[in-house]
Ligand binder design. Structure first.
Ligand code: WT7
Length: 658
């Protein structure tokens, strides 16, 4: 480090607040601080501002219908089509030749789809789906990696009013089957494989394995050929080659179906407290308006920008901020197939320079990895095209924030730390980059119109500096409408905690801990339920536990998240072997494999710690907090309330010797 670098870093280390650069403010989409008051005073009509970003086939009558709360409805009576909003209207307005998607394959190939091209592709695939028999409201499952055919398939579904359910390609065969079963989905679009660090990965065998466990008939499976000759595979009777079908339908024109604002646009399964993933339902009007508005206000997206969110479309971040939000605004969205360190640790910066990316949105876990690799990688490239940086998915520590600000943003770009969830559809707590002071480590104030607060166990707002829980006391357009075919669970999971049902006052509970500063800035502390956040990916400890106890030789298990330098949290398994089984490496390996098979490699446990007993309270509940502390190497608190306090020392010793 040169002396100059060292003094710069020392200065940044002490700095706790950062103002948005003047050059940014001057051009920002939203720069009038009055926007907060405007939303406050004019709520809920303020949300017309979001709806106005869309083209409606018929105008809505009511902004918010709250007669059947918490089953809120937004823009009731309105009709629109999401694919029309993301494609046709831009083409009609003269943007036919503007790039819509710039795809970067892992091996270095690129594909650019203009808005005109993308519309053609979407129409051809929409015609294909129709021909296969897909009707309005049929759920189509998309089990696909980061290939352009994924957003094409999403928009084709949206065009004909068939909700999609995207299953992250890294999830296991079991996960695919569970989701198809839960949604009664009879159609699947998948891929033969994809590239990871230069290797061709077989995806079709995993797909076929999953299909064996689908308990209803699957009419048709469309298979994208990504690998060509790199993978030998054959298609069964109901499986079709994507290109063959699309070639047959080339030039088709498919009228976008007018959907009710409240009609389902898609389902997205996410992890919760129980072993069963939850099917989060998002709608056409509210979701699209909300993702378009937040893309405009928070990410400052403009049609002439090149915008890049490095998430996977298999998660909500990719749905909202690679596909729907950016395309609704008519910008150019970049999509990268691979990993940040292939072929070298400078891959992302190469992509930024080459595409002159204006806006870059990524996760703290990635930033921590970049930091560890060193600033020499971004320094090889000209990153001066960047105007705004964003993060999402987990808390970002101030050091990582400052590294990002300094080494990627050259101190010229505001950084937005955006807190939200699969269920919220879009961003909820973050600074507005053209208005607010930034405080590294703190996400910021709630967005205009968003009723987020920090409360104690009784629902009373906590004092500044005190820890409590996030709650949201007003509905918003991007909110989930229900859990698919499970209205009861929708209420118990999200609304029961703080609502006064008798008074018909409803409060959304996101299951996150937080604290609030006297200026109203909210710092997110992490989940307060049995959900772990590994590299920004949400996993249910119960799902992992049930995978572990499904392994022969394991009697009981507890799964917790422990601190991890890069991943934020990592998965730790505490397991009791069955009588007659040896608590050794072989059993540990099988337990790990059991988790990978049942969920996917992202859930792979960091460590399996065998123990003859699990620490339990006198009422028999496993003391997870204690296991978390052991996993994180924290000082252990009072263990005297345990039924079996001795076991704690044994486990801690075990964990240390591993
Ligand atoms: C959970 C939601 C939001 C899309 C990706 C994750 C955590 C999210 C932040 C942030 C601190 C964050 C929360 C939340 N989280 N963003 N900026 N700071 N924590 O969506 O899989 O539904 O997970 O991610 O704990 O509840 P998800």
């Amino acid at each position: 480090m040169t002396q100059e670098d060292a003094s710069l870093e020392a200065r940044l280390e002490e700095q706790e607040q950062f103002e948005p650069p003047e050059s940014f403010v001057e051009q920002a989409n939203v720069s009038d601080p009055g926007v907060y008051e405007e939303f406050e005073e004019n709520w809920p009509e303020c949300w017309e501002r979001a709806a106005d970003l869309l083209s409606w086939d018929s105008e809505y009558d009511t902004v918010l219908e709250d007669g059947d709360a918490p089953f809120y409805e937004w823009f009731t009576g309105g009709e629109l089509n999401a694919s029309y909003n993301c494609l046709d209207r831009h083409v009609e307005e003269g943007a036919k030749n503007r790039a819509a998607i710039k795809w970067e394959g892992e091996l270095g190939e690129t594909r650019t789809y203009t808005y005109g091209d993308l519309l053609n592709e979407v129409e051809a695939f929409a015609a294909t789906l129709r021909d296969l028999g897909v009707e309005e409201d049929d759920v189509v499952t998309l089990y696909m990696p980061m290939v352009p055919e994924l957003p094409i398939a999403m928009l084709a579904c949206a065009r004909i009013g068939a909700p999609h359910s995207v299953v992250f390609a890294g999830f296991s065969a079991d996960a695919l089957a569970t989701r198809m079963n839960s949604a009664d989905s009879e159609y699947l679009v998948t891929c033969d494989g994809y590239y990871r660090r230069g290797d061709a990965l077989d995806h079709i065998s995993k797909t076929n394995e999953g299909l064996e466990d689908v308990d209803h008939e699957v009419s048709d499976v469309v298979v994208v050929d990504r690998l060509g000759d790199a993978l030998d595979h054959s298609l069964s009777a109901n499986q079709h080659d994507y290109d063959d079908l699309v070639d047959e339908h080339a030039g088709a024109s498919v009228e976008p179906v007018s959907r009710d604002a409240e009609d389902m646009l898609f389902l997205m399964y996410t992890s919760g407290t129980t072993g069963q993933p939850k099917g989060v339902k998002h709608t056409t009007g509210g979701y699209l308006a909300y993702t378009a508005w937040t893309s405009q206000a928070v990410l400052d997206v403009k049609p002439e920008d090149t915008y890049w969110c490095s998430a996977d479309i298999g998660w909500i971040t990719g749905h909202s901020y690679i596909v729907y939000g950016p395309l609704a605004l008519g910008t150019t969205t970049v999509m990268y197939e691979g990993t940040p360190d292939y072929p070298e640790k400078d891959r992302l910066w190469e992509i930024v320079e080459k595409n002159r990316v204006d806006i870059f949105y990524t996760a703290p876990t990635a930033i921590r990895a970049f930091m560890k690799w060193g600033k020499q990688y971004p320094e090889r490239y000209d990153l001066s095209s960047l105007r705004l940086l964003g993060t999402v998915g987990e808390p970002i520590n101030p050091r990582a924030w400052k590294w990002y600000y300094q080494h990627i943003g050259n101190e010229d770009c505001p950084v937005v730390d955006t807190w939200w969830q699969t269920e919220t559809g879009g961003m909820m707590i973050t600074t507005l980059p053209g208005i607010n002071t930034m405080k590294p480590g703190s996400a910021g104030p709630p967005l205009p119109g968003i009723g987020a607060k920090v409360v104690d166990a009784n629902g009373e707002e906590v004092d500044a500096g005190q820890a409590g829980y996030v709650m949201v006391d007003k509905p918003w357009p991007g909110m989930l409408r229900t859990l698919y075919q499970n209205d009861d669970r929708f209420i118990t999971e999200y609304w029961q905690e703080y609502s006064d049902e008798d008074a018909d006052e409803w409060t959304y509970f996101p299951e996150d801990g937080a604290k609030i500063d006297d200026d109203g800035y909210i710092t997110i502390l992490g989940r307060v339920d049995d959900v772990v956040n590994v590299s920004g990916h949400r996993l249910g400890t119960m799902e992992i536990e049930s995978a572990v106890v499904g392994v022969e030789g394991i009697a009981e298990a507890a799964v917790v998240g422990g601190d991890h330098e890069i991943k934020g949290e990592a998965v730790y398994v505490y397991a009791i072997p069955e009588d007659g089984y040896d608590a050794g490496d072989e059993l540990a390996e099988r337990a790990i494999q059991g988790v990978v098979d049942s969920i996917g490699p992202i859930a792979k446990p960091e460590e399996v710690i065998f123990t003859p007993e699990l620490p339990k309270t006198r009422s028999g509940k496993i003391m997870r907090r204690l296991l978390e502390d052991i996993a994180s190497g924290n000082e252990l608190g009072n263990t005297s309330t345990l039924r079996n306090p001795d076991v704690v020392d044994d486990i801690a010793e075990q964990a240390e010797s591993n």
